[in-house]
Design a binder for this molecule. Structure first.
Ligand code: BTN
Length: 269
């Protein structure tokens, strides 16, 4: 099974017609694939993409590090240009929804989302999404969408602060180029639709994949912790917690969520 990254193999394995827009660079190593594209962003537009064999300073959400050893996982970034008045509130959640749907289609039937955009296999995290936004003088907005997907890595350092897993724990001998193609397939499929369509799709489908639905969770926002029962997302795409008879809702910026209980039977997915 091929393990070295190859841009031609990756692009050939993508079915979505928008693959023609991709300009994909394979990097042996880089600090962070998101940083690489952000530095390139001047004068560039939709479709610039890169994948690295390893990252020396991979970044996660909320200033965390994303542990990125060589030869094992997928570290991808894709740049996309939006109009300045496009509402990108849904982008982060929609990236996770698109990825989880592709993963289920690829046979990972246990794949689910932990708000706002972590992908889990069962009760362990397998994939994370980091979106960097660059606003350019009210003309357009550039988003760099970064995806880190654990493929073969079996051991995780102590600093990884939540249970983690990898795709080959479910299916043996997975090809890295085909997996990278699956990630691009899901991103291009999403970016082919408008932000209005994303909101409708999220409201329709989020709860089917939400691993926290009906579970006791703790949301931390700006250092403040709130505990309650997660009851899905509202019309504004905020995560809502039921606390006694009240609903308290959070948007995804600067927030993170921890599951305090795990009971798959309670889950709507
Ligand atoms: C998270 O769950 O905290 C988000 C992790 C995102 C990691 C990916 S790997 C590719 C891209 N480059 C980075 O530095 N981070 C993202």
């Amino acid at each position: 099974m091929s393990n070295s990254l190859n841009s031609e193999l990756i692009v050939a394995a993508i079915e979505h017609p928008a693959k023609n827009i991709l300009s994909l660079t394979v990097l042996d190593h880089i600090d962070s694939t998101n940083n690489y594209l952000m530095k390139l962003s001047v004068g560039r537009s939709s479709g610039q993409a890169c994948i690295a064999d390893w990252q020396t300073a991979g970044r996660g959400r909320n200033e965390n590090l994303w542990y990125s050893p060589p030869d094992t996982n997928i570290y991808i970034s894709l740049m996309w240009e939006f109009l300045a008045d496009d509402n990108l509130t849904a982008l982060s959640l929609m990236t996770a929804l698109s990825l989880v749907k592709c993963m289920r289609k690829a046979g990972f039937i246990d794949a689910g989302i932990k708000w706002p955009n972590d992908i889990y296999l069962g009760d362990k995290k397998v994939c994370g999404v980091l979106i960097d936004i660059i606003c350019k003088k009210k003309v357009n907005t550039i988003a760099v969408i970064g995806v880190g997907l654990n493929l073969k890595q079996q051991k995780f350092p102590k600093q990884v602060n939540q249970p983690a897993t990898y795709l080959e724990s479910v299916i043996d001998n997975i090809d890295r180029n085909e997996t990278a193609a699956m990630v691009f397939e899901s991103l291009l499929g999403m970016l082919d639709q408008s932000p209005e369509v994303w909101s409708r799709e999220l409201l329709k489908d989020w709860n089917k994949y939400d691993i926290a639905y009906n579970q006791m969770v703790e949301v931390t926002r700006k250092g403040v912790k709130t505990i309650g029962v997660a009851v899905g997302i509202n019309e504004s795409l905020q995560l809502c917690l039921r606390i006694e008879k009240q609903l308290v809702c959070f948007d995804d910026i600067d927030s993170s969520m921890k599951l305090l209980s795990w009971n798959y039977e309670n889950n709507s997915g």
